[in-house]
Design a protein around this ligand. Sequence first.
Ligand SMILES: NC(=O)c1ccc[n+]([C@@H]2O[C@H](COP(=O)([O-])OP(=O)(O)OC[C@H]3O[C@@H](n4cnc5c(N)ncnc54)[C@H](OP(=O)(O)O)[C@@H]3O)[C@@H](O)[C@H]2O)c1
Length: 232
Amino acid sequence: MQRLATRRKPRRQIVTPEIRSIGILGAGRVGTALARLALAAGYEVRVATARPPHEIALLLEVMAPGAEPLSVEALIATSDIVILALPLSKYRELRPELFAGKIVIDAMNYWPPTDGTIEDFERAASSSEIVQDHLAGARLVRAFNHMGYHEIEQEARPEGDPARRALAVAGNDADARAAVSGFIDRLGYDPIDAGPLMASRNFGVGTTIFGAAFDRTEMAQLLASAHQREAA
Ligand SMILES: NC(=O)c1ccc[n+]([C@@H]2O[C@H](COP(=O)([O-])OP(=O)(O)OC[C@H]3O[C@@H](n4cnc5c(N)ncnc54)[C@H](OP(=O)(O)O)[C@@H]3O)[C@@H](O)[C@H]2O)c1
């Protein structure tokens, strides 16, 4: 008897481009901590703020030696991954056309004491979904937001270290999530894929994950239970 071939839907191959250059928008607490960590991991690092590059050159020499000050336009054009590390209240200053097709990490949180009250974010379950709507062509991935800036360098650990912490990653583009996960891994954290951007509401401000430390098993369980609660 002829056996029926079982037809499985072919799995889409994840394409992870080689990431060499990291552009960071914001040279504050988060921006400079990520710049130092990325430099230590061997990436080329560029930083831009709303000010002209020469105005942040000295700050970078002191706070992130080796990072190159660039204009926002040049940074976005020449970086493989762009990290948003500016106050969320400024997100509308980001020009969507510059970000088309770019892998962008959104590390921003809605924090009314510093951002003021912003109606859009008062209503939103995840600020990243609003940022993605604004930067419609960007391949936005939410990551790094649930960890304090002071921990970013001090908690980084090599792969296999029992104290290595996990960072949640969410975004609608699977290839972008994979590229960001590779970056996170090289910086010293276990990336845990939470799935689409909507899942970022499970590690935003006020959640169990926000501001707490978990290893990869705990993080995966927390994200899975949050997902199940939503689906129920
Ligand atoms: N602090 C934390 O522990 C922590 C942890 C996770 C996530 N976050 C989030 O990360 C973001 C940055 O936090 P932070 O504590 O690093 O803030 P911060 O120290 O106040 O630094 C903000 C930086 O953003 C720059 N900036 C302002 N407008 C800009 C624009 N239009 N384009 C580019 N850069 C711009 C500022 O530069 P100029 O002064 O030159 O304008 C400054 O360098 C926030 O959204 C925050 O919610 C913070």
